[in-house]
Ligand binder design. Structure first.
Ligand code: NCD
Ligand code: ZN
Ligand code: ZN
Length: 342
């Protein structure tokens, strides 16, 4: 196949940041995706209607009005069911995001005990609003490579039992256990999958030396997990869909004694996914994963229009950025087999 045309896709998990960074990164997402679920882990986090409406304006200024940002409410211990309900009804936010406190970048205001947000979750279940979860425990006694599977055992299993009708997206899954859990759960439970967790196993973190640009959370896992996540993504199951988790950090913050977690994959996101689907002999499954399953799960219409990828070599630069914003994209310095055309 020399060319692949699919329905215009959406990104169900992205970090667009704010300020100068937003202006640099948002156009990359808007170029490939019609809509995106935009994560609320700004400083301070998005927890009010006013902050969300203002942020949406700044995204439109950066990305253009053709692009549809779907905002998320940041759940804290003080999460307010009335505010959540109000913002959902007014189409200010589409989902709420659960960060266990201190699990990842800008999650210090996250939830310390799930019981604190049970009233909020009750309301979300009633109104049909999606809960997006960063699924890792933060217990320092748990090995960093086990934090997702332990989260499933200790937290998610009980949550799904207590809220059987709540729509839940387990974000950026990285393990065989997560893929299995989502497959076996009710139709109310789905997962997003990033390009990096399809391409990398944990050897990539140490390939010839320490590789900060391969570091994200949840951290990449053993090869057997990568293969399980690949199988889930390319299976055609409507429970698995595209969420890049593109998470830009300035180069100096990545290449540091204490480097930030996050991979900036937005500029070559579709090129990165299509390569995986081709390798798995599943090019026919890409459209469902990228453009249909997520919209159906969220109860939103499918996009009109298409995008095309050509099977032409595509050199990824070492650096991207404008002015002071210096970024290293995923696949930096390597050649991808496909090129996004429009
Ligand atoms: N994925 C990451 O490694 N980082 C994300 C946060 C997140 O999605 O956990 C970020 O905001 O930088
Ligand atoms: Zn996360
Ligand atoms: Zn993320």
């Amino acid at each position: 196949m020399q060319s692949l045309t699919i329905r215009r896709p959406d990104d169900w998990h992205v970090h667009l940041r704010d300020g100068d960074m937003l202006r640099v990164v948002a156009p990359f997402t808007a170029r490939q995706f019609a809509r995106a679920i935009v994560m609320p882990n700004l400083v301070p986090p998005i927890t009010t209607l006013g902050a969300a409406v203002d942020y949406r304006e700044r995204i439109w200024d950066a990305a253009g009005r053709e692009f549809t940002p779907l905002l998320t409410y940041y759940l804290t211990d003080d999460a307010d069911a009335e505010v959540i309900d109000h913002g959902f009804n007014d189409n200010v936010w589409t989902a709420a995001k659960l960060y266990p406190a201190n699990a990842t970048t800008n999650s210090a205001f996250g939830v310390t005990d799930l019981r604190n947000i049970y009233p909020a979750l009750e309301r979300m279940q009633t109104i049909g609003m999606v809960l997006c979860i960063h699924g890792e425990v933060t217990d320092p006694d748990v090995d960093v490579f086990d934090r997702e599977s332990v989260f499933i055992d200790r937290i998610l299993t009980g949550l799904v039992r207590d809220f059987p009708n709540l729509k839940i997206v387990l974000e950026h899954i990285t393990t065989a256990e997560a893929a299995q859990f989502v497959r076996d759960a009710s139709e109310n439970v789905a997962a997003t999958i990033t390009p990096q967790h399809l391409h990398l196993n944990r050897n990539a973190l140490f390939h010839g030396g320490l590789r900060p640009h391969a570091y994200c959370l949840p951290v990449v896992k053993r090869e057997k997990h990568r293969l399980a996540v690949r199988a889930a993504a390319t299976s055609g199951s409507p429970k698995f869909f595209l969420g890049t988790d593109s998470a830009p950090h300035p180069r100096h913050a990545k290449e540091s004694a204490c480097g930030c977690a996050g991979i900036f994959n937005a500029p070559y996101a579709l090129e990165s996914y299509v390569e995986v689907f081709e390798e798995e002999g599943a090019l026919d499954k890409l459209e469902g994963f990228a453009s249909e399953h997520g919209a159906r799960f969220y109860g939103l219409p499918l996009n009109e229009g298409t995008v095309t990828l050509n099977r032409e070599a595509n050199d990824v630069p070492d650096r991207l950025g404008v002015g002071d914003i210096d970024l290293t994209p995923f696949h930096a310095g390597s050649e991808l087999r496909w090129t996004f055309v429009d």
